[in-house]
Design a protein around this ligand. Structure first.
Ligand SMILES: [Fe+2]
Length: 386
């Protein structure tokens, strides 16, 4: 723990966590002064019956709403403008986003663009938004992105093949309403990849150079919860205790990495998503074992501790052996749950690796990664995942 160094930790989100807690949604809307909500979500969740569960709660109250169910996977920034227009034309006074990272990131962007001029792209990077957004409630239906508690909104512009993160304290939802029951119908494959994304958030924050005592504590707990419950959530998704563990792991990992940023897996995930269209959680699952192997010598104590957090017995092992056990434990989990391992399965070829690496190097996650990396290193990491 690095208590000898100064650090900063901000947690402006109010986390309301509990099995069945979505039934108090109207109270939360009222507590923020809301009367008419814009509900931001994707058409799949409407069809799957998740959104009707949420709107039924509001139908029984005096809170009214307008549904904006237009969000697509790996959301495009072009979806923000119609959301803002609908919010204004319908006289909304609060944004409720329901879904995975795509819906939550879009809802967050809509919330701030109601009070900031121009295009959301103008605010790409960290700390550029000038004004707070309107009140927003984020309701996650996956346990992975942690978007309900982060300062980030990640958007694409598919016609330009670009993807960028907008980071600001103004993007943090006012309330994160975390109800594990809403994640129970998430299919095994999505449970697997999003769960590994959550693990990567905790792990990359935990081993990186910017970590600090509060983030470390949250990340350790998050890693433990994933190690304990991700297999159960994948193979027996109706087990609510495992779903609750995973949702908690995802939300607290997000609060950890807000303060620290991440590492190489997330640096490369942006350009691989933009140029090769590999979905975020898939690319993280593919890269994480190789990135861990690369980073291992730069932070043996942390990787050794990860082995312990995975419940491994490290007695009698050297520090190096224990650290390798930590890296192997993560890889074993990814294999056990059948999460993707190969970039080649998504059409990624050797030819585009230098371009991806070059763009990856511009990420703010590079500077905090435990081990410095050049273009050559990044290409080698990705080559190991082809
Ligand atoms: Fe992620």
């Amino acid at each position: 723990m690095n208590c000898h160094r100064p650090f900063s930790f901000e947690l402006s989100v109010r986390i309301e966590f509990g099995i069945g807690t979505v039934r108090y949604l109207a109270d939360h809307v009222r507590s923020l002064g809301g009367r008419h909500a814009l509900i931001v979500t994707d058409p799949g969740l409407v069809a799957a019956g998740v959104i009707p569960k949420v709107t039924a709660v509001l139908d029984a109250t005096d809170i009214t709403y307008t549904l904006f169910a237009e969000v697509q996977a790996e959301p495009d920034a072009s979806g923000v403008v119609p959301g803002v227009e609908l919010y204004r034309s319908e006289g909304c006074d609060i944004v409720i986003s329901v879904g995975g990272g795509s819906s939550l990131d879009t809802g967050k962007a809509i919330s701030v663009m109601i009070n900031n001029e121009g295009h959301i792209r103008d605010y790409a990077g960290l700390g550029k938004l000038r004004h707070p957004g309107v009140p927003q409630i984020a309701i996650p239906t996956t346990a992975g992105t942690g978007s309900e508690a982060t300062i980030w909104s990640v958007l694409s512009e598919k016609d330009k093949k670009i993807k960028y993160g907008v980071g600001s304290r103004f993007l943090v939802p006012t309330i994160a309403l975390c109800d594990p029951e809403l994640t129970v119908t998430l299919p095994p494959r999505l449970t697997a990849v999003t769960g590994i994304d959550a693990l990567a958030h905790a792990l990359e924050s935990y081993v990186n150079k910017a970590t600090q005592p509060i983030s470390e504590a949250l990340a350790e707990r998050s890693i433990q919860l994933v190690a304990r419950s991700l297999r159960t959530a994948v193979f027996a998704g109706d087990q609510i205790a495992a779903r609750a563990d995973m949702l908690l792991a995802s939300t607290i990992a997000a609060t950890a990495f807000n303060a620290t940023r991440l590492g190489l897996a997330h640096a490369l995930a942006m350009p691989l998503g933009a140029k090769a269209k590999v979905p975020h959680a898939d690319v993280i699952s593919i890269l994480l074992p190789e990135v861990n192997r690369y980073n291992l010598p730069a932070n043996l104590p942390k990787f050794a501790r990860i082995a312990e957090l995975f419940g491994e017995n490290t007695n009698g092992l050297s520090l190096r052996e224990a650290a390798e056990l930590g890296v192997n434990s993560v890889e074993q989990l990814i294999d056990d749950i059948g999460s993707p391992r190969k970039l080649g399965d998504y059409g990624v070829t050797e030819a585009i690796l230098p371009e991806i690496a070059e763009e990856g190097l511009t990420s703010g996650n590079i500077a905090v990664n435990p081990r410095a990396a050049t273009i050559k290193d990044l290409v080698k990491i990705m080559r190991g995942c082809l």
